[in-house]
Design a protein around this ligand. Structure first.
Ligand code: S3P
Length: 170
């Protein structure tokens, strides 16, 4: 069995781009939990939050994570809040190796400030929110098998670091 490669981390940590690069290098299918939610709901993440609330989004995220976590040989791009529900971490760990892509608050702000469809940061003072959420979530992200600091790294650097860590354990 080829374990899934699961990328977790805060918004703007680079999960999407790094997962695409890993999928290309390893020739493994990539799935994005957020993209699956958007496809299932036929509306954007921002619309789901605005119309149905965050609790509803987290419920859909949990259902879709449970389905995807059963598969194998995937590169899985998780939304930044997937780690907030303990069941998600347990499910993803069954068939997967979790990589936490970390980044400092300033770097996260720089990488997210012009992007849309992130309702949690579409507020007047996103910098304070980034700091607050990062502080809250640190212990959850720390449950990953590996941590990779992405500050100052290119997508290629981070993808290569994931590959190096995989080589060391497989
Ligand atoms: C969220 C992160 C987003 C998306 C949603 C909530 C979070 O995914 O799932 O907006 O709680 O951190 P990205 O990390 O891919 O931006």
């Amino acid at each position: 069995m080829k374990k899934n490669i699961v990328l977790v981390g805060f918004m703007g940590a680079g999960k999407t781009l790094v997962s695409k690069r890993l999928s290309e290098i390893l020739k493994r299918p990539r799935v994005s939990i957020d993209e699956l939610i958007v496809a299932a709901e036929q509306r954007s993440i921002a619309a789901i939050f605005a119309e149905s609330g965050e609790t509803y989004f987290r419920q859909r995220e949990k259902e879709i994570t449970a389905q995807i976590a059963l598969q194998e040989n995937l590169v899985i791009d998780c939304g930044g809040g997937v780690v907030l529900q303990e069941e998600n971490i347990q499910q993803l760990k069954k068939n997967g190796i979790l990589f936490y892509l970390s980044a400092s608050p300033d770097v996260i702000y720089g990488r997210t400030k012009d992007k849309r469809d992130r309702p949690l940061l579409s507020i007047p003072n996103p910098q304070a929110k980034i700091q607050e959420l990062l502080n809250q979530r640190r212990p959850f992200y720390a449950q990953a098998d590996f941590t990779i600091d992405t500050d100052g790294q290119t997508v290629e650097d981070t993808a290569q670091e994931v590959l190096a860590k995989l080589k060391a354990i497989i």
